[in-house]
Design a protein around this ligand. Sequence first.
Ligand code: EPU
Length: 418
Amino acid sequence: MDKFLIKGPTKLNGQVDISGSKNAALPIMTACLGKPGVYLLKNVPNLRDTRTMAKLLEIIGCKVKSQSNTILIDSTECDNPQAPYELVKTMRASFYVLGPLLSRFAYAKVSLPGGCAWGPRPIDYHMKAFEALGAEINLDSGYIETTGKLKGTKIVFPKPSVGATGNVLMACMNLEEDVFIHNASCEPEIVDLCNFLIQTGVSINGIGTDKLHVKGVKASHVQDIDYTIIPDRIEAGTFMIACAMCGGDITINNVNVNHLDIVIDKLIQSGCDISIGENQIKIKSNQNINPVDIITDVYPGYPTDLQAQWIALMSTANGRSHVTDTIYNDRFTHVAELLRLGANISMDSNIAIINGIDSLKGAQVMSTDIRASASLIIAAMSASGETNLSRIYHIDRGYEQIENKLTLLGANIVRQSE
Ligand code: EPU
């Protein structure tokens, strides 16, 4: 198992190129299952999760060829609409295959995802929506088996869910009837999925709003699809917060600045100097960090996927701040690890109360999930002394070449195999 040795404190200076979005690439890869065809996807981040997804597509029967950040998926001869436990347990996003498989084969068998490090993470919205679309659902030996010819309907989600919205959109790919989705997710990753589905012939109105009207089209074969995934706003936000905490002056390239409005706003409030170009953000920090509260929310609110990183930043702010996660009440496994670096944080249900201190000090810590790991790397780079961060397979799931990118910015971070 690999670990990172990180020596701090380091300032960050220079340029970093942002990779394609993990959470856009994963559903778009599964959407290639929905109709037989050959799909060329560009700007796909080379991550543990995208490689797991490629493996899953191959099990289902796709031919997959990857070269640097391009993936060619040929789903013409898929004949095994199933997702086994071994893969689904390592990546919940595997559950996304259910919608496109059901749409194409009127059958899909997918392992139940199970819990994750920060709680149960239910899939009831997905199931109720598939039932409303006319699917029959059976749960047997840890697998969900869905069958049936789908029909048009109106689905009202109790609250927006990225995964359930994506799964329903993909279930509609071959359905030539009207489906209305209310309380849909407005996240940029769902907008990207919609734009991809449109290329396969699906008609979608209301993209980027919480009311979608979808009508699929039955096509025997889809051809010449060439699609470029959007930049990863969470990776970009992570680098911005890293610069804010460590101090320095960095330029973040290949970014969609519109996807980061609230993060930019919060960083300016925290004292950073930010200037914005077309696909570029420059951020400067003198480490004089003002305490700034955040409350996570669905897009365009502050993303839960940048909550852990914000807590790290606030741990050396000039005062007290509050970070509330309204999306995942229990997503705070990083707090106990930040305490090991000397942070002063207490929890009150889903609110972290952070009393900023002058500086953190290196220690042995452990990654618990993708974003928790990012938060610990940021904290370790700003801390004095050496931090030994174990279980970094979590970070490899979601950040492409993170140590190379950080090293180019001046960080002292080395990967070691244990
Ligand atoms: N929810 C339910 N029932 C459901 C589905 C969701 O109650 O059937 C609840 C969840 O418990 C949560 C809220 O709805 O409280 C939103 O969850 P959502 O379904 O939007 O999350 P997701 O689709 O499982 C995606 C990202 C996560 C990100 C969340 C929120 C992917 C592959 N995953 O998960 O990303 O945190 O949206 O934005 O897109 C990450 O990248 O580190 C990550 C965890």
